[in-house]
Design a protein around this ligand. Structure first.
Ligand code: ATP
Length: 215
């Protein structure tokens, strides 16, 4: 599903990370941990094609993402990736249903039935016409999860998706994420600082200066 080989990234100074190899299979829920500042978000952004690695490659279902021209990369990203951000990034000027529908609209495949299904799956049925400003943090995070999975991407990347939530809501959101990933047959790479979140994963990886290791 996802293969990362020899990935390295530096900004202005020494490498943030180098020699990063990892592999994710369909249906796997994998946690990525590591000290603050070690480069977890940078790695996720490089995998997603939101940032450019200096070396190495990212293969998404066998296709080398960074070797494609920008427009093709964007297309691949739209089709095959779901991203759950820590800060939700729910669009304030769209209602809940339109936020969830966004990936399908961008792919030119509007599907209100699918949107309704996803809203129900994350426990937001009946809230489709609400504005994001009228939702709680946990509800916003559910919108973000529904939006990340609505177009059935084979790979889901989640960057500390429960970082801003109280432990009980965080636990519920993680369970939901895990369940939805399974239901949709996606592979999920979850960046987290939370021990209890990492404990829910099928497998744990640890990012350090020397690369990614099993934890
Ligand atoms: N756009 C950027 N320009 C320059 N340096 C950056 C940029 N983004 C991140 N960095 C640096 O790269 C390093 C890794 O940052 P990153 O956010 O990936 O770490 P992280 O492991 O996700 O940290 P945390 O757990 O605190 O969220 C940090 O030293 C950070 O300052």
């Amino acid at each position: 599903m996802l293969q990362v080989r020899g990935l390295a990234k530096a900004y202005d100074g020494p490498p943030v990370f180098s020699g990063v190899d990892l592999c994710l299979h369909a249906g796997e829920f994998v946690a990525l941990t590591g000290e603050s500042g070690v480069g977890k978000s940078t790695l996720l952004n490089c995998i997603a094609g939101l940032d450019r690695p200096d070396q190495g490659e990212v293969l998404l279902q066998g296709q080398a993402l960074h070797r494609l021209p920008e427009a093709a990369q964007a297309g691949l990203r739209r089709e095959r990736l779901g991203f759950v951000f820590q800060a939700f990034h729910v669009l304030p000027h769209l209602d809940v249903a339109d936020n969830v529908a966004l990936p399908l609209m961008l792919l030119g495949r509007p599907d209100p039935t699918r949107v309704a299904h996803m809203l129900a799956a994350v426990g937001l049925e009946g809230l489709g016409t609400r504005w994001p400003a009228q939702l709680s943090g946990g509800q916003l995070q559910r919108v973000a999860i529904a939006r990340a999975l609505v177009h059935r991407p084979p790979l889901l990347l989640a960057d500390e998706p429960t970082g801003n939530l109280d432990p009980e809501t965080a636990g519920r959101i993680l369970e939901l994420l895990r369940h939805q990933v399974r239901e949709e047959g996606a592979a999920c790479l979850l960046v987290t600082h939370s021990e209890s979140a990492a404990a829910r994963a099928d497998r744990r990886l640890f990012l350090a200066r020397g690369g990614v290791q099993d934890a």
